[in-house]
Design a protein around this ligand. Structure first.
Ligand code: F6P
Length: 528
């Protein structure tokens, strides 16, 4: 049954490759109305994608044939859909979107939100008195990217102590962050699901030494977030400041758990609850909206069509919102660690291209760096634009300029500028025929480059929660159709094992059983 659905999609892809976006818009003046979808103030416009009603029908048929709704419902019921690790995938329980969530979810949430308020109000204070002015979150991957992204996104709501994030095992990271801080008024949150991650534990130990070296009672400056309570105790974190979570929360899905503590300290408990409510609003929509109007389903299907049928390997995620500067990096982990797999749950090759490369930077900066390639390079790179209709602060005409640029880029990508148009423009500008001949090809934009535009009213805790949940569910939909396990990450294991083997050699142990390249590089490092 799904073979038939894939075959129909391949036919749609062939037809749409031969039909330009210009032609699609000319053929249907209601294209925007037909291909844009809303949830409250959130609007997703797919009309500049290379899709049409036929392709969308075929995509919905594929989702049905692949049992996406049944798998979604199994996820909500807490079934172990992360089959390779035998775990449930229950991050929706953290935002009140499942029945029968364990009582400890609420208990831990209340504890860490109370702690956040205590830090903000100075009730939890440094050992030697005063107030904590700075908080350093030490974590990596899902224990870093969510908190850092969300804290930056919600800067206008940030009225707690200053927040800092250290993730890289490169000592430069910790050194540069600590250089500006006073240990007497700095606390650390050690965030690690496993509490064994080499980078995080190394940074945590160095942080503890930095606190101890200043003479502060370092234990009183530490908090931890982890599923490994033995590990946190062994490290010396007082259990009153340890906030747990559970193996059914994937690292890249953990911002809703106590991993969100830095965000709660920054914006307060009420702000954090609003963030959870935004995600819950998207959950409700994903669970109940009809397939033809279901935003995460459609976002997933359009992306899947680009990747598995049109063959485009990457997606540029471009928020026209400076405060979403880390959103592309956040979605990069969410999507690439989830769907960067090539075998199905049964261990068979998927047989189709799977998770795309996700990358991006905020606009308008991106326009002045890599947009040249998006417009005139040899590859088609679909773009997802994100913008807020209202700015958080009124500052002259900045926001109008920002939005004008966002809309202009989508138009330029989709419709380009034909050679005839380029020539006519140069002629109007009074350029000679010779000059026109010389430059016409350079000034032609092929166009026909797809984009999706996501608009919401403004960026706040609620809309950020909703946006993240939109992307989480989109990733889920694609993984379900490809039949892969979107919730494991075996691909990060081998590098970890090989690094452990190399550590002693970097510290002087004899180099053994190495390939000639690695041996040569090690030699060069030792001899340097
Ligand atoms: O929270 P932990 O256990 O320190 O893991 C950090 C990150 O490392 C990974 O396990 C692998 O990179 C991610 O999935 C995770 O978010």
């Amino acid at each position: 049954m799904s073979e038939a659905a894939w075959a129909a999609l391949d036919a749609d892809a062939a037809r749409l490759k031969a039909t330009s976006l210009r032609a699609l818009f000319e053929a249907d003046e209601k294209r925007f109305e037909r291909l844009s979808f809303r949830l409250d103030d959130l609007l997703i416009d797919f009309s500049k994608e290379k899709i049409d009603a036929g392709a969308l029908r075929a995509l919905l048929a594929l989702a049905k044939a692949r049992g996406v709704a049944a798998r979604r419902d199994a996820m909500v019921r807490g079934e172990p859909i992360n089959e390779t690790e035998g775990r449930a995938v229950w991050h929706m329980a953290l935002r009140g979107s499942v029945d029968d969530a364990p009582a400890e979810v609420n208990e831990v949430r209340e504890r860490f939100l109370t702690f956040a308020e205590d830090v903000r109000a100075g009730r939890f204070a440094p050992a030697a008195g005063g107030r904590f002015t700075d908080v350093v979150n030490i974590g990596i991957g899902g224990s870093d990217l969510g908190p850092v992204m969300a804290v930056r996104a919600l800067r206008p709501d940030h009225d707690g102590p200053r927040m800092h994030f250290v993730s890289n095992v490169d000592g430069a990271h910790l050194t540069d962050v600590l250089a500006w801080l006073d240990p007497k008024t700095t606390m650390a949150v050690i965030a690690s699901k496993t509490f064994t991650t080499q980078e995080t534990m190394t940074n945590a130990r160095s942080m503890r030494e930095w606190l101890a070296a200043s003479g502060v009672e370092h234990g009183a400056h530490l908090a931890a977030v982890s599923t490994n309570l033995e590990g946190t105790a062994e490290f010396g974190v007082d259990e009153r400041r340890v906030f747990g979570f559970w193996d059914w929360v994937g690292g890249r899905y953990s911002i809703w758990s106590a991993i969100g503590l830095p965000l709660a300290i920054a914006i307060g408990a009420e702000g954090f609850r609003s963030f959870l409510k935004g995600a819950a609003a998207m959950d409700r929509h994903f669970l109940t909206a009809p397939a033809e109007r279901n935003l995460p389903l459609l976002l997933g299907l359009v992306g899947l069509f680009r990747r598995s049928c049109m063959g485009w390997p990457t997606v540029a995620l471009i928020p026209y919102d400076q405060r979403l500067e880390r959103f592309p990096a956040y979605v990069q982990q969410l999507d690439m660690e989830s769907n960067g797999k090539r075998v199905t749950l049964a261990g068979e090759p998927v047989g189709r291209a799977t998770g795309p490369v996700i990358w991006g930077e905020p606009g308008t900066n991106a326009q002045h760096s890599f947009f040249q390639l998006l417009h005139q390079g040899a590859d088609v790179i679909p773009v997802e634009f994100i913008a807020a209709v209202e700015p958080r602060e009124a500052l002259g005409d900045h926001h109008a300029l920002l939005l004008a640029n966002c809309l202009a880029q989508g138009r330029a990508l989709a419709f380009g500028r034909t050679e005839a148009e380029a020539r006519a423009e140069m002629a109007r500008a009074g350029q000679s025929a010779r000059e026109i001949d010389r430059l016409a090809a350079h000034r032609t934009f092929p166009g026909d480059r797809p984009s999706t535009t996501i608009l919401h009213r403004r960026l706040d805790a609620h809309s950020l929660g909703r946006l993240i949940a939109l992307y989480e569910h989109k990733v889920f939909v694609q993984g379900a159709i490809w039949g892969i396990d979107s919730f494991d990450q075996w691909g990060v294991e081998l590098g970890k094992v090989l690094a452990s083997e190399l550590i002693p050699m970097l510290k002087g142990a004899p180099a053994e059983k190495l390939d000639s390249s690695t041996a040569g590089l090690l030699q060069a490092i030792r001899g340097a």
